[in-house]
Design a binder for this molecule. Sequence first.
Ligand code: MSP
Length: 644
Amino acid sequence: MEENSKESFYITTPIYYVNDVPHIGHAYTTIIADAISRFKKLADCDVFFLTGTDEHGQKVEKAATEKGLTPLELADKVVVNFKKLWEALHISYDYFIRTTQPLHEKGVQKIFQKLMDKGDIYKGVYEGWYCISDETFLSDDVPLEEEGCKICPDCGKKAHVVSEDCYFFKLSAYQKSLLDFYQKNPTFVRPQSRMNEVVSFVSQGLKDLSITRTTVKWGISLPRDPSHTIYVWFDALHNYLTGIGYDWEPKHFRQFWPANVHLIGKDILRHHAVFWPAFLMAAEFALPKIVFAHGWWLRDETKMSKSKGNVLDPWAILETFGPDPLRYFLLREIPVGLDGNFSHEGFIHRVNSDLANDLGNLVQRLLVMIHNYFGGQINNMGEEKDSDRRLHLEFDLLKEKVGQHYEEYALNRALEEIWAYINSVNKYLAENEPWKLAKDNARRGRLGRILYQAACALRGIIPLIFPVMPESSQKIWKFLGEKAPLQEENFFGLEFFHFKSDQKTQKPAPLFPRVNLKDFLKEEESQEIIPSKEETMDVITFDEFKRMDFKVGEIMKAEQVEGTEKLVKMEVNIGTETRQMVAGIADKYSPEELVGKKVIVIVNLKPAVIRGVESRGMLLAAEVGGQAILPIFTEDVPAGAKVR
Ligand code: MSP
């Protein structure tokens, strides 16, 4: 049986809401999933990696109205942002599901009807406190605040009382089955502390769940009662079935369900570890094997989220460093289950020390020596000494340990082990001083042996780091003179003496930029934090307002800043003079269409250097779906006219 003789492995990320700009938090989950999926492919599994977007519900409806768009128009725009980011981060997902796709909507309606027919869904009236921002009913134990309102404990926003006819899912009937299931599968939720949380929550009793709305129009409607739309969480969770072919590609569906792992943030644990298995039990599907809840990336000790206005834009980092340093940092810095505080100092320190120094230097000096002393080919292996065998023995142990860490989602441990080995190879070179041997022709055999051992070690390291750093490992693979694609290596079949003595290596190009923190922060200054509207609404006095000097500026020249995706450098005439300004608008406007436009600029803002280009003033723009839209005068106004 040739077909599907490989083990199947199905991994998912949450599907992201389209009311948000993709940020480092979203990128984190997706990068973990990508690294695991790449590892599993190297370990010879037939992998399916699903990600996508959650597009229905009140939150998206509200965000779209605020932006003057229909919900689908908003979703179409934001999906592009997510896909662009995943491409830039080298995320190799197998399918991107959108909950507005008919194949998903039909599947959800079908399962809903099945549960109705079985009696697991019934009609009633619901009254409760509902948080629009989180699309969730608050639990009864959230206390009333002074003005008689409840505040959402997750996002801190005011909740509203909702009372409406709705359909309920009989969650209460599944308490015992869930507890039995957890008992039989004690590692269903990881890490263990989260499993305990879930068991304790379910042990306290479960209430039936209201799963339709009549007040929300933007959702999947009930075919037999179209005044109701399906609650966004019931809708969204089923993407894990519809995304692999439920009701449209049954063979594929059978191959991959149940999922091996749902990767999620700890904020959505209950939905995945309580509601989801209950829905699946009711509809008689097998249950996923693992729900892995990772921690949060924090800024200033609070969770990064759009509503808090403290999100970190991955693009700023990607433009300077490319994808691998960010992937490496996020996976190396914290164990998957814990929270981490993102700081630029921490990031740059890691990149400079682990990537530029340890790995970068190893590649650089080893391949330069092979090139200089042997023209890229080590043709004299010389005698092998005991000390040379160390790298070989360490590698065999390393491969097993790293494989095991990847299997257990202990990505930081895998990287720690690999870096200890990289340092061991660096130490081997330092101890054997090949640069000294090179001066003595009689010791050429020994020189060849040392470089050969180190080259075998480096070749062995590359497939181990590939899941985390696909771009750099592929480059190093080529420098090593490997012809076959790296993806074709077999993780557990890797052997130390794979480096052929007639293999021709190349002189390497630099891999990781060494960046100075001060320079980076200066460039970041005006871009890094995307402030939320709410956070920026501090009241100012009229005097403070008067201090801001807004003027009409005419764009005289415009050109894209080299090496950036979004930045445009402009000469702007502000009446009294022409100034250079930089703005992140190239994704919306071409330089040609900007020339001649009259816009609003603040002229007394402290100059800033952005990507090495000075900006003396700033253009005002509306932020819509992650893009900056310029207010452009339709009347003929002179450059330099004051704007109040
Ligand atoms: N749409 C729901 C999920 C439905 S899944 C069937 C949702 N979407 S979300 O856009 O809010 O994304 C939530 C996920 O993004 C979190 O569970 C987590 O995986 C990731 N993160 C968002 N902010 C994060 C941090 N600050 N840190 C780490 N990950 C976080 O909830």
